[in-house]
Design a protein around this ligand. Structure first.
Ligand code: FCB
Length: 454
């Protein structure tokens, strides 16, 4: 890949107030899975299911952030980030998903929020990053319409508890990943394959989002509310009518079935017909509550192929053989990121925050104690340049968060894929900032100098 010398193309400055951050999620970093009254989530159960996760890994210990949180906040302070996006673990604060609350779990996020504010870092709180309490899954999970109400009660608990100090709220992370891989292609918890349940889950998660926005508006004065969507152009693996049809349906399920109803008030065409049996009077208005910004998680394009053995007749194809990819095998294609930002701007007309972007690999600490990760620096450099290009062409991007602060439990890939800008030794739990951490700190410093000079 061609890497520009500087991620700051000349003549383009960041708008004042642009937010630089890092992202994590609860199950991927906290560990302490059985500590202080936390209940099991669907991911604890999946990790115990043979074959659910590479190497039989689990988030039982992860980065042990639950016990090492002050050290992690200090690392962030060292980077100079403005903001930290984290998620609350629903089963840590409500072990059975509804009813009784767990004080030690609630206290943990109090300590985190206070520590962040002391360090001058703004907390961005995401209510749901995939770890549904197992007790709710046992009652039907997202396929049950009541789940939207359970979620709203949980959102209210968090809003009342943290809303005095937390003003940036996110209803969900990557709606389409956890619904599609949870209910149609079984790569994530709960690992069900059932088209009807998938459609029901889509609709009920949309209802939960709308209910969450209402709760946050009511309970948190001055809340700035967003939802995080993974959007990636879907490209047919090869240009055949079957692959084109597969790509069109995957595009709906991946890119449209959440953004469109939430922001435009309707489902895209193929899904609208299929989902009708689950939609009740008034639902579409309940879903389309105004939000303040659009959260985008983006890594690279995806390739689709017809796969009649899969629930919806589509499957994941391969990138063209000569494409640059990063450690996880995902295609590196910064123009698609630029174009995605412009598409979102035109289609949804909201300020955009890039809430995840990053590069996986298998980094290790060298004999001199350094973690050298030029592949990550190259990726982040060209993706930042693509973002700047989109901004220069009119995309209203207000912030950028790297995925991730720490190497962590990377879902079905276990600990085999490292996305952190800080290396974690999963034996000793020692943290070592990688070269990319220094690169990111420099980028932030340079961007702020740009703004000051403007
Ligand atoms: C995103 C997830 C995040 C992490 C990155 C690599 O899809 O939101 O938790 O796994 O991918």
């Amino acid at each position: 890949m061609t890497v520009p010398a500087s991620p700051h193309p000349p003549g383009v400055t960041y708008p004042p107030g642009f937010t630089w951050g890092v992202s994590t999620s609860a199950y991927q970093i906290e560990g302490a899975a059985a500590a202080d009254g936390r209940g099991p989530s669907i991911w604890d159960v999946r990790c115990r299911t043979l074959g659910g996760v590479v190497n039989g890994d689990s988030g039982d210990v992860a980065c042990d952030h639950y016990h090492r949180m002050p050290e992690d906040v200090a690392l962030m302070r060292g980077l100079g980030v403005d903001a930290y996006r984290f998620s609350v673990s629903w089963p840590r604060v409500m072990p059975r998903g509804k009813g009784a609350v767990n004080q030690p779990g609630l206290d943990f996020y109090d300590r985190l929020v206070d520590r962040l504010l002391e360090a001058g870092i703004e907390p961005w709180l995401c209510l749901y990053h995939w770890d549904l309490p197992q007790a709710l899954q046992d009652l039907g999970g997202w396929a049950d319409r009541d789940c939207a109400g359970w979620y709203a009660d949980y959102a209210a608990l968090c809003a009342r508890r943290y809303g005095d100090r937390v003003k940036r709220w996110i209803t969900f992370n990557e709606f389409s990943v956890f619904t599609l891989f949870g209910y149609a292609i079984p790569w994530a918890a709960p690992g069900i394959v059932d088209r009807a349940q998938h459609l029901r889950a889509i609709h009920h998660v949309n209802l939960a989002h709308g209910a969450g926005v209402d709760v946050l508006r009511d309970l948190v004065p001055g809340a700035s509310i967003g939802a995080i969507h993974n959007r990636q152009v879907v490209i047919p693996e090869t240009d055949t009518p079957e692959n084109r049809a597969a790509a069109a349906l995957l595009d709906e399920h991946w890119n449209l079935v959440f953004c469109d109803p939430q922001i435009l008030g309707h489902y895209p065409p193929q899904t609208a017909a299929a989902i009708e049996p689950y939609v009740q009077a008034g639902d579409m208005a309940r879903i389309a509550r105004p939000v303040d910004w659009f959260g985008l998680n983006h890594y690279g394009p995806i390739f689709a192929k017809a796969d009649p053995a899969r629930a919806w007749g589509y499957g994941w194809g391969d990138a063209p053989p000569d494409s640059p990819t990063h450690g996880v095998g995902w295609a590196i294609f910064p123009d698609a990121f630029r174009d995605e930002l412009l598409t979102i701007q035109q289609r949804y007309r909201l300020p955009i925050v890039v809430t995840e972007n990053g590069c996986g690999g298998s980094d290790s600490v060298g004999p001199d104690g350094a973690v050298v990760d030029p592949h990550r620096i190259a990726y982040l450099t060209i993706y930042n340049a693509a973002m700047r290009e989109a901004m220069a062409r009119g995309a209203d991007v207000r912030g950028y968060f790297v995925w991730s602060l720490l190497d962590n439990f990377e879902w079905g890939s276990g600990y085999g894929q490292r996305f952190g800008i800080v290396h974690v030794d999963f034996q000793t739990l020692a943290r070592t900032p990688k070269d990319s951490a220094r690169w990111y700190a420099d980028l932030i410093r340079a961007a702020k100098t740009d703004i000051a000079a403007a």
